[in-house]
Design a binder for this molecule. Sequence first.
Ligand code: AMP
Length: 223
Amino acid sequence: MSRFCSLIIMGPPGAGKGTQARVISERLGVLHIDCGQVVRKEVASQTEFGLKAKEYMLAGRLVPDELIIGIMLKRLKVADCANGFLLDGFPRTVEQAKGLDNYLSAKDAKLDYIIFLGITERTAIQRLTSRRFCPSCGRVFNILTAPPKVEGVCDNCGREIEQRPDDKPETVIARLKVYELETAPLRNYYKDSEGYLEFDGDKPGEAVTEDVIDAINAGGRCK
Ligand code: AMP
């Protein structure tokens, strides 16, 4: 039986967290939980949380800590997390990190790996404003680096692809500012932890994946 393995991936918006999280979680056999997707699902279903979260999301602001901690800890209790998880987009503040640590230590566990992807601001803006997604199946494209086979159309389901409202240039600038203020301190919070690993996210995606997998294998915690 595979053992429990818990990871988080963090870095500025546009660092490639989502793409890396998908590939890495598959290679390690753990569940990928995308916090932004959890939030968008709640917003689309107009749940009580979704209604509260919507205005923050559209403004490119973080949903308040207690709301997001509540929803994510609820998500971690679902049975599909039994073998572990790779959290993408959570925690984003030191408060959220403390909420996660408390949850894990109550189970006598702690994070096995903290993956930090560094990236320059220029790359962040370029990558984010060229990102598109399929509103039907959720697949993500990038019109510069990973375009669909037919321009403007999802490869999976043929729907017209769209830009997320929070990937528009004015919101992207706001998100980068939020990152500097609220999320960058997380790096300090984690950087002396066992299992903290830092990578160059400006590199091509495949190279970053191999760097991460190599480091995780060398660390020997997730087998
Ligand atoms: P993302 O897809 O990760 O860019 O997230 C989309 C939006 O969801 C963000 O702009 C926030 O409004 C909200 N959100 C996602 N993750 C978090 C989090 N950890 N803390 C607070 N808000 C979040």
